[in-house]
Design a binder for this molecule. Sequence first.
Ligand code: SF4
Length: 753
Amino acid sequence: MFDLKLIQNYYSKLNNKMLAVKHKVNRPLTLSEKILYTHLDSEIQNYSRGKDYVDFKPDRVAMQDATAQMALLQFIMANKSKVSVPTTVHADHLIQAKLGSKYDLKNALDINSEVYDFLSSVSNKYGIGFWKPGAGIIHQVILENYAFPGGMMIGTDSHTVNAGGLGMIAIGVGGADAVDVMVGMPWELKFPKLIGVELKGNISGWVSAKDVILKLAGILTVKGGTGSIVEYFGDGAEKLSCTGKGTICNMGAEIGATTSIFSYDDSMERYLAMTGREEVVSAASQIKHHLKADQEVFDNPSEYFDEVITIDLDELEPYINGPFTPDKATPISKMSNECKENNWPRKVDVSLIGSCTNSSYEDISRAASIAQQAVDKKLKAKSEYTITPGSEQIRSTIDRDGYIDIFNKIGASVFSNACGPCIGQWSREGAEDNKKNTIVHSFNRNFSKRADGNPNTHAFVASPEIVTALALSGDLTFNPLADYLINENGKQVKLDPPSGLELPSDGFSVDDLGYQKPADNGDEIEVVINHKSNRLQYLEPFKPWNNKNITDLKLLIKARGKCTTDHISMAGPWLQYRGHLDNISNNLLIGATNDFNGKVNYIKNCITNEYDETSKVARYYKNNNIDSIVIGDENYGEGSSREHAAMEPRYMGVRVVLVKSFARIHETNLKKQGILALTFKNKDDYLKIKEDDSFNIINMENFNVESKIMLEIVRNNDVVDTIELSHTYNENQIDWFKAGSSLNLIAQNISNE
Ligand code: SF4
């Protein structure tokens, strides 16, 4: 098993750590707070939830293959011989689902070989565990092998939060954050608020753990959890399986929660033991009381959580959420009306189960019990039906136990153990016709175009057992709790509620997990990058600062209004260039609006006086060694933390980003890449910037935390105005700036050692 020493070491120190925390904080604590406070990389004090930025030291890092590329290219720049914390890479996102697992996997190995060769070699060299294509989906593999109660991890994928099902604080982050932790820097997070969700009663019949989160998504909406950890408690929570808890935590990302978590309990013990981690169970049993909230919290939750929600599981119905958003929650008994009123296509074309959200043994066995009834009651699936196992361990076990045979009897296709249709890697025949149609799946997200690229595909989210029932009826309005189906003999039949096993009675079975252990000493291992590659490219260190004022900057763009990280570095087809900074820089700021003409991706080249696409002008400046500045509006760089949004401008010669205000994470990302991130002291000075101006940043000599940096606006060769700017650099960040980037500084420190 993995990480045993790390876990035993952490548990052995937990008593003393908790004593120190209790001594300082001096009040009962929720489980989330216990884990956060015992992973501080700052001094212990009573932090303000939702306000204070705090440094943490996570136990591990996980990355999926799409996001790992740039993170690892950056890691290489730090010149370290090994990652500072246990880290894994998972080859799951790049496999397209088309004809079934065997063909699809072979095809992915051909198409993505250069990326896989890179990830495999770089992992091998730097002490990173590599889960090969076909091994499984990152979050399922983490739950089966690495997650542990009371631990803390970050992962470069939103659904990293899945590990909360095993009592871990697990948070989805951008690649820059992963790089920080891999190189041994602290990781910063705004201390989250806390939402307590009390689960009462017991689920039964057609209701599953999935319905808890589908209902909660309806209550909290896609934004309701933002900046908060959702902590579940109550007798109903204890009765859920560990993997059911994982499903609930997984979809916490759909309500915007920082993460979600359950207390350590018997279900987690059973799961750990069944996945070969009895030693974790015996270590955890010594400190069990630290792996749940203090009793006072359970006695009086509203005093300790910022918000408390109660869900009575005895009264819960199965839900079907969608289309186009996971928070449009409809109890199954109301679906018929809703479908009619909204004119949703009633016919279900494809039903898909599995993904990282819902492919546990329990999920599959319950769905298979419905499929078996179909066989027994002479029913056939009326829609296409697909299964995406979450890991090779699951696939192999459900195969051994005959479930795949049962699914095959109703005409199922089994896709690779990978993301596939869940992330748009689905070569769905006819999707390009953009026909209005309905699909139902047990995945987590159902935004427009996510599964098959067709904006008219109405995707609905439900539990695997409900999805299977809908596959048999082919009708979105079918309610298996009340309605009958007509079988091959023309007889009316009713489906019984699903039944299944929480865990396999004969244990899990797998021949080859698909894991590549890294070399003990990677010094001699070469990282494989094809120099002709369009998808991968080594990074060059950015130039250090020359300790002088930054003068004669040309205006790249004065962006008006919203400018998110997606406007700065677009996603979509550009994602294929994630590992190639030069190629992906061709999307620089192409979503930003030019304040001077209100147009997107249309700016003036101050040298040629011609208008062109933003990245083309940036490329012109870069090729002619012209430094530039970007001016922005309020909350510049909001959205997901995307390191490319900071690396691309730096690469294209942007020296300064000056805005009315920053989204904090992006501001830090710019600082890490060696761009001077500044704000207007007086926001109205934004209006003084004209299209043909040049700029000097002065008072930069002896740059320090107190520096009063000024901007000279130069028009027709004269300084026409000098305005005061603000900065938020601390001493460490000033050192990043001086070195050219945070990674340059780390590399310098290592070579000085
Ligand atoms: S299965 Fe879907 S949600 Fe899970 S990691 Fe893959 S793309 Fe993300």
